[in-house]
Ligand binder design. Sequence first.
Ligand SMILES: C[S@@+](CC[C@H](N)C(=O)[O-])C[C@H]1O[C@@H](n2cnc3c(N)ncnc32)[C@H](O)[C@@H]1O
Length: 291
Amino acid sequence: MKKSTLLAPPESATLLSQMIQRLPLSDTHFRRISQLIYQRAGIVLADHKREMVYNRLVRRLRTLNIDDFGRYLALLENDQNSAEWQAFINALTTNLTAFFREAHHFPILADHAKRRGGSYNVWSTAASTGEEPYSIAMTLAETLGAGPGKFSVHASDIDTQVLEKASSGIYRQEELRTLSQQQMQRFFLRGTGPHSGMVRVRSELAGMVNFTQLNLLAHEWSLPGPFDAIFCRNVMIYFDKETQEKILRRFVPLLKPGGLLFAGHSENFSQISKEFYLRGQTVYGLTKERS
Ligand SMILES: C[S@@+](CC[C@H](N)C(=O)[O-])C[C@H]1O[C@@H](n2cnc3c(N)ncnc32)[C@H](O)[C@@H]1O
């Protein structure tokens, strides 16, 4: 069989080649992208992230019908208030998360909540698509009950797209594999008909979690603190030491006396800040309260 007979008709071939044509991403453009995301979100993009950056941003270029990274950057830089800035940030954040991720934190949280009086409040500082704050809320509902005033979870992230998913409270059932049958039944509704295979957080639980956009780099944080516990897990890894130090310093007045700070498995806050000491596996307390 001749090779040409295997080819698609000329018009679709042109369309296909336009769709998959690789756009050049020069060193200068990659450096500029890295500077811009660092300035806006504190995210450090190492050289080995170049392919990932290309794949994520090229989708924006295609959506906007732009065939040159230089033109895309000019579009951003010529208008500091352009809505494209948010899309740029959303494209470059990494949002990997899961229900009850780093499971050892949740019995510690339950035990802490049990021992404290009053309404227990938590800040989930990089909530992503909501699995972390809903896991916190399920733990607290099981420990304290879900009535009004028992607890609240304030959940924030810089990425507006993940916050939309988080607020909807809709997940694929297979994403809930780390939950017990009892938790599934108590906290989720199963979809039926065209929604089968999907679940939605029940309103009793959803009502205890409040989602809002917050950039950890912003000069002002509008927060209903201080908090009994702050979850800052798997976000500091994207920042440099200077940014991490600044953020940790700002957490200090936001923790109530005896409050806990939860970190991700590869983050060591006592190495970065003298204000926090390690109390348990990736759980920190305020050094000034250490006895
Ligand atoms: C890998 S996810 C971690 C999610 C969750 N905390 C966990 O441990 O499963 C990191 C999240 O940090 C968010 N993020 C990155 N830079 C941020 C910033 N400057 N301010 C607030 N959130 C940020 C991202 O949008 C992303 O959703």
